[in-house]
Design a protein around this ligand. Sequence first.
Ligand code: HEM
Length: 160
Amino acid sequence: MLEWLTHTPYAEWVNQSWGWPLALTVHAFGTATVVGVMFIIGLRVVGLFGPIPYAAMNKLMPFVWIAVACQIMSGITLWMTKPAQYLADGMFEVKFILLLIAIVVTWQFHRSMAREAAAWQVKGRASPRGRKLAIAACLLWAAVTIGGRLTAYLGSLYPI
Ligand code: HEM
């Protein structure tokens, strides 16, 4: 199965053309957007950037989800070129589990902010649950990023 994936016309095109650098570039911009926008929102929810209304953060959330979609598409493209290698060192699995948890926690956070932003504004601070979810989402996306870099690094150390 993994061998078949590696030899699909798409994976061979990625391996033999601009496909790889293109996918890695999209992946880098996606990482910057997911982590960058999530940290701006997270820092606002824990109390920084006071004048900016909480409701404004809801307008930034679609950028996080669009970037996650780009990461999944560019990530699968990178992964398809050498799936056996990425599965060999185990780091990719750790990253993938963190990624699934990060998506669930970010979804929970998004739902609570969409529901409660107006009440947070009146109170002048986010609810304890909102703050905890924001901090957890930021830490999880940072962990996914570290997992991604280690996937690339270990992949280059132990090519098979
Ligand atoms: C928002 C989610 C994601 C983030 C923040 C992320 C982050 C990263 C980072 C920082 C790197 C290292 C790039 C480099 O410096 O060379 C990386 C590499 C990689 N990512 Fe992701 N990633 C995400 C999602 C995914 C997904 C969903 C997949 C696959 C299904 C994936 C597959 C890979 C692969 C295969 C590499 C290694 C590329 C190489 O060997 O150089 N990533 N990722």
